[in-house]
Design a protein around this ligand. Structure first.
Ligand SMILES: C[S@@+](CC[C@H](N)C(=O)[O-])C[C@H]1O[C@@H](n2cnc3c(N)ncnc32)[C@H](O)[C@@H]1O
Ligand SMILES: [Zn+2]
Length: 563
């Protein structure tokens, strides 16, 4: 049923050892009935990318749903390694113009490169990710595969041996905090720090920004989407210092809250954040962020931070930046107070109440030259390099066309607000283009509409759509004149809406019939809990899939539609 999964070269060999017999069976990840609990509790051999890892019974964490994450990370770090190698070559040639430097594409993965990338995988579990980096990325000097759990470290050591990467990967048994804080001195710092924890990475960010070299790259996974998407605002605030908004744009909002937190952590050490690629994927977010140095630049990033006012009825959003910051001609930070508020006490479109969310990062989520090079590098790699090659390319093509304007509307929500049927993407996007604005989809949501048009234009278009829509349209005479819907319907339009199909409404990715959004390939696809033994699991089976059941307080605060 899921054709792209047939590309996955993961073979699970279930080895059950008992005193009397040994039995080998294969688990097929394509099979709807394969059991994640078996993967997590039995002796299993997993082949992923160029790594073969052994999972001892129930002791160590492995989640097959994160293959995409690891594929994407290998692809991104390959590019980071290329940039690093080219910089090193420049330095060598500066010192000695006659010196020769081997081009990056002639380096071999699996061979140690003196002065190559130093990577810390702070929460490594089986060592799989580090081993993949070692075997698939050329130009590596050293990788620390660290875990706090003694069983995990045993497994890391065993997997390092069996994958023949002793010369590249070093097992480390420590709290990630200790590892990061003990590498703050310049000569001990890393070019890449990878944080892939259970749930939130928040507590590791302070250490990570300090132990990263100038222009090094921080890779972050967060799977605590329930709190990031607004089910638990107080828990999100305690981790990220930011209040989430439970709206269709919540996945992009999650990325922007994490970037705000990272900016705060970095700025206090005079470091700046430069997002290379920040994506919402399945049930988690993954961010690749370059960390630059410089106090004035760090201060000027204040201009990218804003609080968000969000209408409880029509979901319009209004940004209140914290200041205007820039660099003067001598490179010093200049500050001007921002003016506000950006909206009155009620929504300027429908007169409803406004909620306060954020702060968030308003700056870019992607570096488009990095994304373009990444696409080229994946396309040029041998076809079998990545299990998720096609899906990565499809998502990256959407990212490539995504507008930088923060947040988005969603067709379904627009329709619910206006009591109409769901408008075709083609119609709304054409109307926006015909009015002279830009449009795109967000990679984070299929039915999203990103635009640089002011929101009143969006509502002008939706009013015109409601006028011509026969379904559920209430006549204004029957409406309560105090209602938000009445306000929205009766506002005079500022433009003559033109729904004629515009040639640019369709993205290049859609025109090329790339599958841009995919459903979950497995019913239990999602973040997994800690590895547990079979005995413990049988007592406590459902707990391995967090976020399935909401807590009482989650339900209480989840006031809107299921996102
Ligand atoms: C989600 S798993 C990591 C998965 C792995 N990165 C991968 O790609 O397969 C999280 C790991 O973090 C480890 N861990 C949890 N807290 C830690 C800490 N404070 N320091 C180091 N490791 C920690 C756990 O033992 C677990 O193995
Ligand atoms: Zn409103």
């Amino acid at each position: 049923m899921i054709s792209y999964l047939s590309r996955i070269h993961i073979n699970f060999f279930l080895i059950r050892t008992s005193i009397l017999n040994r039995r080998l069976s294969t688990i097929d990840i394509n099979d709807e009935d394969y059991s994640l609990s078996t993967i997590m509790t039995d002796n299993v051999q997993v082949k992923e990318g160029k790594a073969n890892i052994h999972l001892p019974e129930g002791a160590v964490f492995y989640n097959p749903a994160q293959v995409f994450n690891r594929d994407l990370s290998v692809a991104c770090l390959r590019l980071v390694s290329k940039y690093h190698h080219e910089n090193e070559c420049k330095k060598i040639k500066k010192n000695d113009p006659n010196a020769t430097c081997i081009p990056f594409d002639q380096l071999s993965a699996g061979v140690r490169q003196e002065n190559g990338l130093k990577i810390a995988e702070a929460l490594s579990a089986t060592g799989l990710r580090s081993i993949r980096y070692a075997r698939e990325i050329p130009g590596i000097d050293t990788i620390y595969a660290n875990d706090i759990d003694a069983g995990a470290v045993e497994s890391i050591k065993q997997n390092i041996d069996s994958n023949d990467v002793k010369h590249l990967v070093q097992a480390s048994h420590d709290d990630a905090m200790n590892l990061l804080y003990s590498h703050r001195k310049v000569d001990g710092q890393f070019h890449v720090v990878d944080l892939d924890p259970y749930g939130t990475p928040a507590q590791f960010l302070d250490g990570a920004v300090q132990c990263i070299k100038k222009n090094g790259v921080l890779c972050i996974t967060a799977t605590d989407m329930a709190s990031l998407c607004g089910n638990n605002p107080h828990s999100c605030y305690s981790k990220y210092g930011s209040i989430p908004l439970h709206q269709p744009f919540c996945h992009e909002f999650a990325l922007r809250m994490i970037l705000y937190t990272l900016h705060m952590q970095a700025a206090r050490y005079d470091r700046i954040i430069e997002p290379l690629l920040c994506m919402s994927i399945d049930f988690y977010v993954r961010l690749f962020v370059r960390i630059g140095y410089g106090s004035a630049k760090a201060q000027s990033q204040l201009g990218e931070i804003a609080t968000v006012y969000n209408c409880v009825y029509c979901s319009s959003f209004f940004f209140q930046p914290y200041g205007q910051a820039s660099l003067d001609e001598r490179g010093n930070a200049k500050f001007k107070y921002a003016h506000g508020p950006p909206v009155g006490t009620n929504c300027s479109h429908c007169a409803s109440n406004l909620r306060v969310g954020g702060p968030i990062w308003l700056g870019p989520l992607f570096d488009h030259s990095f994304v373009n090079e990444l696409i080229t590098s994946i396309e040029q790699a041998p076809e079998d390099s990545y299990a998720y090659r096609d899906r990565m390319l499809s998502m990256l093509y959407v990212v490539k066309e995504e507008l930088p304007d923060p947040l988005y509307f969603d067709n379904g929500k627009l329709a619910r607000v206006m009591h109409t049927h769901i408008p075709q993407n083609k119609l709304i996007k054409s109307a926006l283009l015909n009015a002279g604005y830009r449009v795109s989809t967000s990679h984070a949501r299929q039915d999203s509409i990103k635009t640089n048009a002011p929101h009143h234009i969006v509502w002008d278009i939706m009013r015109a759509f409601a006028e011509q829509s026969s379904t559920k349209r209430a006549t204004t005479e029957r409406l309560n004149t105090d209602s938000s819907y009445y306000h929205l319907l009766t506002k005079p339009s500022t433009i003559q809406v033109d729904f004629t199909e515009h040639p640019d409404w369709e993205s290049e990715a859609r025109k090329n019939k790339l599958i841009r959004f995919m459903g979950n390939p497995h019913a239990r696809w999602g973040p997994l809990g800690k590895a547990v033994t079979k005995k413990k699991r049988s007592n406590d089976d459902n707990d391995s899939i967090p976020n399935k059941k909401q807590t009482k307080s989650d339900e209480d605060s989840s006031t809107e539609e299921n996102l």
